[in-house]
Ligand binder design. Structure first.
Ligand code: PLP
Length: 285
């Protein structure tokens, strides 16, 4: 596969970054994952805007313009012949010549920009979406700026491992009695025709898929309530689901071994998945 690193397109085996890179030493960097369907980028604009926001929050200057970024995404899709899959983008604060907690002078230490593709044929028709996934709940012990999409992903990785060991697919995180989000997705419950999801704050990542799904839901006259919900409420809900750029809308059929609704995907989540795929393809570039 051909990857991109700091202005160059290279075979993945030849791409290199410094051992002093602050992404490697301190998780000092941000990322985005954009999905590709039919060779086109889904919601590129949303991801580009959030990237800017993450960089600004960490006092990092943007090392590439939005247009250049779009060009790199498209070139990688072309070079690697991606029809369905994802593009991973990471920008770290670069590699000063030594390890130091203080931020290096951006004039002397350029950011490190890395992009690579992940080929996932069948992403849109993922059979898992027909069955739904099982999740467990875990404490949310992450830092207080989860709205910044940093590469600090150790706890979410541990959460996935806890889920795996428990025979589940993923985990929802809980803080002060309320669900925050999934390890790599936003969390929702459905009661009757109402879609309930936590409101935006520093407590969760502002999902690009979340924004689109809520917009499409409202356009389809579905009721949306942005508020906190508990695990107990989730267990008694008619449906539950998660959203992310790589899974779109994914039904959740079990929480901590308790069935949600009938234990199979309900009416709302599969419909939202359909609407999301159809609508987001219309604006794919
Ligand atoms: N929440 C977390 C913690 C995530 O890591 C992600 C995606 O990686 C999301 C939510 C979903 O965001 P998006 O829809 O932009 O992929």
């Amino acid at each position: 596969r051909t990857v991109y690193v700091n202005g160059e397109y290279l075979p993945e085996t030849e791409a290199k970054v410094s051992i002093f890179d602050r992404g490697f030493l301190m998780a000092d960097g941000v990322y985005e994952v954009t999905s590709v369907l039919g060779g086109k980028l889904i919601d590129f604009d949303g991801h580009a805007v959030r990237l800017e926001r993450s960089l600004r929050a960490l006092e990092m200057a943007s090392p590439v313009t939005k247009d250049a970024l779009l060009e790199i995404h498209r070139e990688l899709v072309r070079l690697n012949g991606i029809d369905e899959g994802m593009i991973y983008l990471q920008i770290t604060r670069g590699a000063p010549g030594d390890r130091d907690f203080a931020f290096p002078d951006p004039g002397r230490t350029p950011a490190t920009v890395v992009l690579f593709t992940q080929n996932k044929p069948g992403l849109a028709n993922n059979p898992v979406a027909k069955k739904g996934i099982k999740i467990i709940s875990i404490d949310d012990i992450r830092w207080g700026r989860r709205d910044i999409k940093t590469v600090q992903l150790l706890y979410p990785s541990m959460g996935k491992m806890m889920a795996k060991k428990a025979g589940a697919d993923d985990a929802w995180m809980v803080e002060d009695g309320f669900v925050t989000e999934g390890t790599s997705n936003n969390a929702y419950i459905v009661k009757g025709n109402k879609i309930i999801t936590r409101g935006l704050s520093h407590d969760i990542l502002h999902g690009i898929t979340r924004a689109a799904v809520l917009r499409f839901a409202r356009e389809a006259q579905m009721e949306v309530e942005e508020r906190n919900f508990t695990l107990e409420e989730a267990r008694e809900a008619d449906e539950a689901f998660v959203t992310s750029a790589s899974t779109f809308v994914m039904p959740v059929v079990e929480i901590d071994s308790a069935r949600i609704g009938t234990g199979a995907p309900g009416r709302v989540a599969p419909r939202l998945r359909e609407i999301y795929l159809e609508e987001s393809l219309k604006t794919a570039i």
